[in-house]
Design a binder for this molecule. Structure first.
Ligand code: CDP
Ligand code: MG
Length: 141
């Protein structure tokens, strides 16, 4: 097809609130229904070292200590999704960071009211996708 877009991979986290609330299946179903392919997936309890590497650009922000405590507090599910324009598409499916302001129809807009417990993470650029996949799935990098 002449209008084919580049195939991308993006790093997604179903954060501890999503796993604890039993939302793993329905969130994964949204990504799959859209057409994204799960190319790697695991459930794990995150070390503080991994959390700090993942959220390095947020160090020093007022919410940073609570963010690291939260992401390491209980198991999460990390995955890599692949499709044309995957980075942009998954950010759209997730919705705005503050779930209270996220549009209905998005994961955050439909399933959370919180700014800090907002269920999901997704890479925001090709550069960060490569960096984050290297942190969580070094075998895929
Ligand atoms: O996750 P996203 O890329 O949408 O947002 P971010 O601005 O990169 O922030 C990363 C994460 O930090 C958010 O998803 C929230 O979990 C947390 N955060 C927070 O707790 N309070 C804020 N004011 C901003 C971010
Ligand atoms: Mg971000």
């Amino acid at each position: 097809m002449s209008n084919a877009q580049p195939v991308e991979r993006t790093l997604v986290l179903l954060k501890p609130d999503a796993v604890a609330r039993g939302l793993t299946g329905q969130i994964l179903a949204r990504y799959e229904a859209k057409g994204l392919v799960i190319v790697a997936l695991k459930r794990l309890l995150t070390s503080r070292e991994t959390a700090a590497a993942h959220y390095a650009e947020h160090e020093g922000r007022d919410y940073y200590p609570a963010l690291i405590d939260f992401i390491t507090s209980a198991p999460l599910v990390a995955l890599v999704l692949e499709s044309e324009r995957a980075i942009e598409i998954v950010r759209l499916l997730n919705g705005s960071t503050d779930s209270a302001k996220a549009a209905p129809g998005t994961i955050r807009g439909d399933l959370s009211v919180f700014h800090n417990r907002n269920l999901v993470h997704a890479s925001d650029s090709a550069e960060n996708a490569a960096r984050e996949i290297g942190i969580w799935f070094p075998e895929e990098a």
